[in-house]
Design a protein around this ligand. Sequence first.
Ligand SMILES: [Zn+2]
Length: 78
Amino acid sequence: MSQKEAQKPQKGALKLENKTDKKKEEKGIHTLYKIEDEKVTRLRPTCERCGAGYFMAKHQDRYTCGHCGFTRYKQVEK
Ligand SMILES: [Zn+2]
């Protein structure tokens, strides 16, 4: 498998901010989804509001957060 890493040329990054607390989501992580019956084992999308650790419930066409009620529709590309 050849996974291309999108490397964008930096345009004069003059800021010295160095945030390392932002994890980069790995592509192809969907292969790690384990769905047994109605149970989804780990690796579900996490809530954008609550942050990592708060998994979202999987629905047919959307994900919802049981913590804050945030709903995130699956992106369907036509
Ligand atoms: Zn939430």
